[in-house]
Every structure is written in structure tokens, then in C-alpha cells.
Design a protein around this ligand. Structure first.
Ligand SMILES: [Fe+2]
Ligand SMILES: [Fe+2]
Length: 260
């Protein structure tokens, strides 16, 4: 058996603090073979820096995935090509810096992990379904277990990719909305699924930022600064067990903790 812990979008300093507080205990208790987290908002709520990536890996995260906010910090272009601990979405045009998928070996098990962007209520991007097909037939066939972080808005698109990959991958894990859904399940082919893992970040917030900024945008339709001040924190993740021989998921469990 093999297991992974997947943490939802880490948003700014409160998100990193939540990870630092919760993750060591979770690793000690549950002993996952691999820890993955979405980090597209890890630096101040937008993008990721090398320093923040180092902080996350030092906290026990093996691999950080991205999303539509991955390019928000210009310094990303200085380290994304050389980093083996950071993925950007795989369905950007050919020649985009960084990598969209990777094979990692842990405790004798080979994991293929891919980060894919959706297209519903998102900016135009190459087809996520054909991108997933390509990854399954290329890197996926050399791996024991394939895990897809599907970063997109609509639950319909997330469910569609999960059914498209049903039985071909171990897990399709939704990210991007920062709100955890209660629909975790195993599809008939053995693919673990959740529409969205949620986030690690400020609890009293709108998607991880102080309510004032987004509220002003909704009420006035004018631009407004977004800020993150801290306070209580939310830690959202899923824990998934797999059978290594078949690459299929055996169980998926949601973690939803509110911490000081
Ligand atoms: Fe995000
Ligand atoms: Fe996103």
C-alpha cells in the first residue's frame, strides 16, 4: 500500500503557518509516502518565490503544484526550469518554462504527478483532456500511481476529467476554488476524486484574503487592494491510500481543521 497527503491552495503567510503547525503532526501520525501541495498563492496570496518554495519543502512538502497564478511573481522564471519540486500547469503552449508533470520515486513506488488547468470560467488554454491523455500514455505508463491536480473553477469540468480518466489514474484532485467540497469518493475504476481540496490560509476571509478588498470590488465594481492579515487559520487536505500493484485508490479522506 502507498499513501499521499495532498494540501489545498496554500494562501500567503497564514497558509504557510497553517502548514508549519499541522503538517509535522500529520506526517508523524499518518506517515504518508508523498506530500503534495498546491502553492500558486503561497507568496503573499499571489505566485511563489524560491524562498517560499524552500520554506514549504523544509516543512515536509515533497512537491508543489501550480495554477493560473503561478506566474504572478516575476522571479519564478529564474528558478522554475531548475526546480524539481515545482510544477506549473502542463497544458501551456510548448516551450513554456518549467514542467507540467514529473515522476517521483518514494519507498519503491513511482508516482507520476501532473498539474493541469481547466478551461471553463478560466483563460484560454490547451485542451486539458488531451493533455491528460498524453501524460497517461507517456510518463504515466512508467509509473505505479498517477495523480492529477486539476486546477479549475467548474465542478462539471472537474467531474468530467475524473470520469475521462476513471481507471487510468489513481486520483483526480481539484484545486483553485479554495473552498473544500464534501464529495470525495472513489470512482468505479479505482480513481479517487474530490472536486476541490480547499485551502490552507486565513479562516476569516474570502478565499484566503481579508473580506474588505473583495467586498469593495463586488459592491463598487472598482479595483481594490487585497490584503491578508492573519488570525485563525484553515487547513484543508486529503489523505489517499493506493494499492501499488494496480495503481488504484483504496480510500480518500478529507482533512478540514480550523486552527489558532
Ligand atoms: Fe489558488
Ligand atoms: Fe487558481
Amino acid at each position: 500500500m502507498a499513501s499521499i497527503l495532498f494540501i489545498g491552495d496554500i494562501v500567503g503567510k497564514p497558509g504557510r503557518e497553517a502548514v508549519n503547525k499541522v503538517l509535522p503532526g500529520l506526517i508523524a501520525r499518518r506517515n504518508p509516502d508523498l506530500v503534495i501541495a498546491n502553492g500558486e498563492n503561497a507568496a503573499g496570496g499571489a505566485g511563489i518565490t524560491e524562498k517560499v518554495l524552500d520554506e514549504l519543502t523544509e516543512a515536509g512538502i515533497d512537491l508543489v503544484t501550480g495554477g493560473n497564478h503561478i506566474w504572478d511573481r516575476k522571479e519564478i522564471f529564474q528558478f522554475i526550469d531548475s526546480s524539481e519540486q515545482l510544477l506549473r500547469p502542463a497544458n501551456y503552449p510548448e516551450g513554456t518554462p518549467g514542467r507540467g508533470s514529473i515522476v517521483i520515486e518514494r519507498n519503491g513506488t513511482r508516482y507520476c504527478i501532473a498539474n493541469i488547468l481547466g478551461r471553463v470560467f478560466m483563460r484560454p488554454i490547451d485542451c486539458p483532456f488531451s493533455c491528460a491523455n498524453k501524460i497517461c500514455t507517456a510518463q504515466g505508463k512508467d509509473a505505479d500511481i498517477t495523480i492529477i491536480d486539476f486546477h479549475t473553477e467548474a465542478t462539471s469540468e472537474k467531474q468530467a476529467l475524473a470520469w475521462h480518466l476513471n481507471g487510468r489514474v489513481g486520483a483526480v484532485i481539484g484545486t483553485h476554488t479554495h473552498v473544500q467540497t464534501a464529495d470525495e469518493r472513489i470512482l468505479p475504476g479505482g480513481t479517487a476524486y474530490i472536486s476541490d481540496v480547499g485551502m490552507a490560509g486565513q479562516y476569516n476571509s474570502i478565499l484566503g484574503v481579508d473580506p474588505e478588498g473583495p467586498l469593495k470590488r463586488f459592491l463598487t465594481q472598482l479595483p481594490a487592494e487585497l490584503s491578508i492579515t492573519g488570525g485563525r487559520k484553515l487547513f484543508n487536505a486529503v489523505f489517499i491510500d493506493f494499492e501499488v500493484r494496480t495503481g488504484k485508490a483504496l480510500s480518500i479522506e478529507r482533512i478540514n481543521s480550523i486552527i489558532k
